[in-house]
Design a protein around this ligand. Structure first.
Ligand code: HEM
Length: 301
């Protein structure tokens, strides 16, 4: 059996794709926002959490474009991120979500192989196609997300895409039973991707201005749901979409203002969970927890 890589190989491989001092190793381009979360009245039946009982909670949010380049074009067809910290009375809850329902790889070994295969060859400055082909034969799980991203243009706004945890978490309900679910955020503005004309004509940076303009009309709203698995949906593989169509409403996230750099030195942790939510056994989730911890923040400073 192959040993899963620790945090350093994954972080090294991420920064090898392009390290930028003082910036996040991944999702380097982004900015901060603030808002609040209003829980749904019935959500406590599904998840008996203090943060769902304590009423509206302040939220710090970071929107981002995937990749390690802080100057990446915002028209690039890759993941958007929405990282949210809900500030409860006694605890915090971080949700680190992306704009597709799946992630690049099923396991840390497969993700490391993907990152290494796509790193630039020192001789050519380009990834080696033969290396990529060999990687894809070994790890076909890493073909799903790139195909999905290539199938449509980038979101027209951070407010016009859904966001997903891709991992399962275990939610303990009022009856004491723990149930697996993935988190998703559905935009009230609807999903809209850039048109061909917009892809050609917009400048490489337009998302922040677009959000500023949109906020003049009032808060940006996302409905937060727990998505339940259908029988057979995997609980430990973020590269696989779930067929499960049942969504339990958890509440509404309202974005009220952009907030400059207030979240730059925060580390949103996918495993910062309140009592009543537990991490699943997904090895990718555990690998993330390691990577985002001290090493990442230390590198950013
Ligand atoms: C083993 C797999 C993964 C590794 C090693 C990894 C690594 C990282 C690192 C090092 C950062 C920068 C963190 C910081 O400086 O605060 C980051 C950010 C991020 N990652 Fe991952 N990641 C992994 C999987 C995922 C998955 C499955 C998702 C999907 C939900 C995801 C979504 C994000 C987002 C949205 C950010 C930006 C967070 C922010 O705005 O602060 N990552 N990742």
């Amino acid at each position: 059996m192959t040993t899963p890589p620790g945090r350093q190989p994954l972080l090294d491989a991420l920064t090898h794709l392009g390290a930028h001092a003082g910036k996040r190793a991944s999702h380097a381009r982004g900015y901060c926002a603030v808002g609040h979360f209003v829980p749904h009245d019935d959500a406590v039946h599904f998840a008996d959490l203090a943060i769902l009982r304590d009423g509206p909670l302040p939220a710090t949010v970071r929107f981002s474009v995937g990749g390690s380049d802080p100057a990446i074009s915002e028209k690039t067809r890759n993941l958007r991120g929405m990282a949210v910290r809900l500030h409860g009375v006694h605890e915090a809850y971080d949700m680190v979500l992306v704009s597709e329902p799946i992630f690049y790889a099923a396991t840390p070994v497969s993700f490391l192989s993907y990152l290494e295969a796509h790193a630039a060859d020192p001789d050519t400055g380009m990834p080696d196609p033969q290396r990529i082909a060999a990687h894809e034969l070994r790890h076909p799980d890493t073909l799903r997300l790139p195909a999905l991203l290539a199938s449509h243009a980038a979101p027209a706004s951070y407010a016009c895409t859904s966001y997903h945890s891709t991992h399962a978490f275990l939610f303990t309900g009022a009856d004491g039973a723990a149930r697996p679910a993935r988190i998703m955020a559905a935009p009230e503005a609807g999903v809209r991707y850039l048109s061909e004309a917009e892809e050609r004509q917009l400048p490489p940076a337009f998302l922040e201005h677009e959000m500023d303009e949109r906020l003049l009309q009032g808060p940006i709203r996302f409905q937060l749901y727990a998505q339940l698995p259908a029988p057979g949906d995997p609980l430990d593989d973020p590269s696989m979409p779930w067929r499960g169509g049942t969504r339990v409403p958890l509440g509404v996230l309202l974005i009220t203002a952009l907030a400059d750099t207030s979240c730059d030195f925060m580390t949103f942790m996918p495993t910062r969970l309140p009592a009543g939510i537990a991490a699943s056994d997904d090895p990718m989730l555990l690998a993330r927890a390691n990577a985002y911890a001290s090493a990442s923040l230390a590198r950013r400073r």
